[in-house]
Ligand binder design. Sequence first.
Ligand code: CDP
Length: 688
Amino acid sequence: GKGKWKGIDDKDLLISYNALKVLEARYLLKNPETLRYVETPQMMFRRVASYLAGVEREKRKEIEEKFYDIMSTLRFVPNTPALMNSGTRLGILSACFVLPVKDSMTTQNGDGIYDTLRAMALVHQQGGGTGFDFSELRPKGDVVASTAGVASGPVSFMKIFDVSTDVVKQGGKRRGANMGVMHVWHADIEDFIRSKTGDLKDVQLQNFNISVGVYDYFMEAVMKEEQVPLITPRKTKIKGTDHEYYIVKARNYMREDWVQEEILRELEERGPVYLDESKIITVDEALAIAESEGAIIRWVNARNLFQQIVKGAWDSGDPGLLFIDEINRRHPVWYLGKIQATNPCGEEPLLSWESCNLGSLNLELFVKEKNGKPYIDWEDLTNVIKYAVRFLDNVVDANRYPLPQIEQATKMTRKVGLGVMGLARALIKLGIPYDSVDAIYVSYNLAKFIYYQAMKASIELAKEKGSFPAYDPVRYKDIWESAKEFEDILAISEVKGEPSDYAKAIMAEAAKIDISELKDLRMRYGLRNATVVSVAPTGTISIIAGTSSSIEPLFALAFIRNVAVGKFMEIDPLFLEYLRKYELDTPEVIKKIAESGEVGDNPFVPKTIRRLFRTAHEVEPMYHVLHQAAWQQWNDSGTSKTINLRSEETEETVGKVYLTAWRLGIKGITVYRDKSKSQQVIYFGLKK
Ligand code: CDP
């Protein structure tokens, strides 16, 4: 109770036992000599708030209080590096980085293979995660002119990055995470696809998530079972990694209206142009040239290649897919260049050298109750978003960047990523099952509301502090213009149904937003951040906040959690609350549930509870995909999601998930089939 414990802040009582374990293991500062803690959780939030308010010119104290308030009540929590490093000697506050890898040992620009290796080490040391596109590296067996030797290929270089990641271990606080991307046209693509599955599963590239960068032309070729060429990037300008190929591809492979002449002109101005500047060549001409240059190594059946990807993903979760066209089509500052890769978990497609800092809203805490009826407190949500965006924007300035290129690229666009956690619990509190049309409707409209408010907050900041330097009001692309309608999403997924009146009433506030206002506002006042939202996995911060992670369904109602500091057995407290309501919190019932992690069809438990508490593996794969699609529509960066599959799901399911994701306009997709790897972070239930 209040004032009862002298020196203990009431808000510390919000911190759960597991949260405290995580915080004490890695977040709370210690005296380096005595190893005694020098702060409590509230002191940590205070340290972060004060550090981030420090960049304000005016009203510093008032803003610090706001920052402290939204964090200490766990309504908003910034990403791990900001919590760990604010106000300390380590200066990185961002979780996401993308680094370029050029086909050279070192370069003047510092983007050769070993330059990048060094950059990665610096980022990992301070707790950031890195993504790379390895497609510019010449394939295995290709010539190395300077030494008359033979190239070892991108996958061998990735192994070096992997070992370095192991060695650095992120400042001793957090294991490094990487995303390795290879585009589907690369001659070594089959090696890449195999690099983490089959015999190599649990063995190779353990610090990497890998994704194949695919294009619309490839996905179409998969459906038509057509042949596609595999190319060596060294010998030709027809390659997917630079402007030349982009122009060729834009002109030929894609005929969608977003490929306006402006884009082509813009790209042409930036770099070397494919062959003859004045000549627009056809696919066949381009391929004929590539062939004459000896750049086409061979042709493969696209369906067959896709099947290899699907098989790998079914077997081990890797590779995932990145939809490169979709990523670039919906990149608001497309005029700065082409995005080739994302950060480790996919929520941040970034240009080379860009970094992004994240933070997430705890949705569970915005579901409140009046007269026994749940509702969403839109006003509170709006207010928290406003300060959360301000907080994240300040991170861009408060960051101490490990390399000048990173600082420069990041400050050009000032990308920030406001995300969410606790969706599953918010839905339960609303009485809406995760795998229902109503839940997708809630996701879709929440995403829209949050995007809208975050954009407004960023516009307000521009009014006060100026726009991001690369802001061009005319060329900036409003991503909401290409958001799919809710009905279209359902239609594409072939899920039938309509939102209920109950769901419509709950979301009425969001549904009435006039999103087109944003354009007038940003034209008038500018925009502070090139991107404003992003859905991160919230792996640790959701534990700190004591809620379900990201937009994922509940993992299990009881489970053992394996974290760096040990094993925990957990029973979901919200579930326990429901059992109590029905006087079902008896040892027999709980024990039975704890054995499997699920309620399944446990006859003790009423149907309503069973329906509401379906866990990740009970939810049909398509509902996982639908939630991701709903959030992606109103997201100017990426949506991280794991499509969790039951152990017995087939390759066919994986193939369907991957194809549907592409049709739904998702930017990247990953599946994970239960027990498909020897090590997984969470084990379901006690017996399994
Ligand atoms: O919850 P927390 O802020 O710790 O992180 P998250 O939302 O689970 O992950 C966000 C991003 O942090 C990831 O996509 C990675 O870029 C980075 N990350 C990392 O570098 N190393 C880890 N062990 C975990 C996350």
